[in-house]
Design a protein around this ligand. Structure first.
Ligand code: AMP
Length: 214
């Protein structure tokens, strides 16, 4: 069973949903750097404030800050992980490789979730975040309507600050320029598994689960 995993894919390709399903089935921790940054922002820390200058514009946060978040997380956990949305640049992928080699726990698999633009736009329209606990939910999947309460804590659900059409466009550009090349990086390392991710979450998950247990 593979337990050191990264999920690559454009915004709304289902990384968070699949990470959650991997956690539910296999118990592997699923750190999301984006979620950690949103928590830091809500708590008003220096890191949160610095990161917000980038996230609010749909831009990637500089590598040094992100790698520090990942290093801190790895130091505090037992070595099994599904990183959701990390790495997103060559610099981050190389830093992750160094961090894991130092621990003699190399990455075992990188999934590339591949979706078309229409799916991305539809999913972003259906996506909401809990103002209280930060949970990301999708209308029609986790909740019935935009008026539903957060299924985890009962808090109010709001649109994510970076889920506007303008920021989505910027995030797509950042993805194509900086993150998509990582698909070739991990293919070169013999670690890549491509997943057709336009399908329903359960269908996508069945493919992921089969690759993890192979
Ligand atoms: P996410 O929740 O993964 O969609 O991330 C939300 C935002 O946080 C992104 O649009 C970036 O601004 C920032 N972010 C999250 N992960 C990274 C990363 N690995 N590298 C740079 N910025 C990131």
């Amino acid at each position: 069973m593979k337990q050191r995993i990264v999920l690559l894919g454009p915004p709304a390709s289902g990384k968070g949903t699949q990470a959650e399903m991997i956690h539910a089935k296999f118990g592997i921790e699923t750190p999301s750097v984006g979620a950690i940054l949103r928590e830091q922002q809500a708590a008003g820390t220096v890191l949160g404030r610095e990161a917000a200058r980038f996230t609010e514009q749909g831009r990637l946060v500089p590598d040094e800050m992100i790698v520090e978040v990942a290093r801190t997380w790895l130091d505090a956990h037992n070595g099994a992980f599904v990183f959701d949305g990390f790495p997103r640049t060559f610099g981050q992928a190389e830093a992750l490789e160094r961090l894991l080699n130092k621990r003699q726990t190399p990455l075992e698999i990188a999934f590339s979730l591949e979706v078309n633009v229409v799916t991305i736009e539809k999913r972003v329209c259906r996506r909401l975040a809990c103002a209280k606990c930060g949970l990301i939910v999708s209308i029609g999947w986790h909740i019935e309507s935009a008026a539903s309460p957060c299924p985890r804590c009962g808090g109010a659900l709001v649109r994510r600050a970076d889920d506007t059409p303008e920021t989505l466009q910027r995030r797509m550009i950042e993805y194509c320029e900086k993150s998509e090349p990582l698909v070739a990086f991990y293919a070169g390392r013999g670690l890549l598994t491509r997943i057709a991710a336009d399908a329903a979450p359960e269908t996508v998950f069945a493919e992921i689960a089969s690759a993890l247990t192979k």
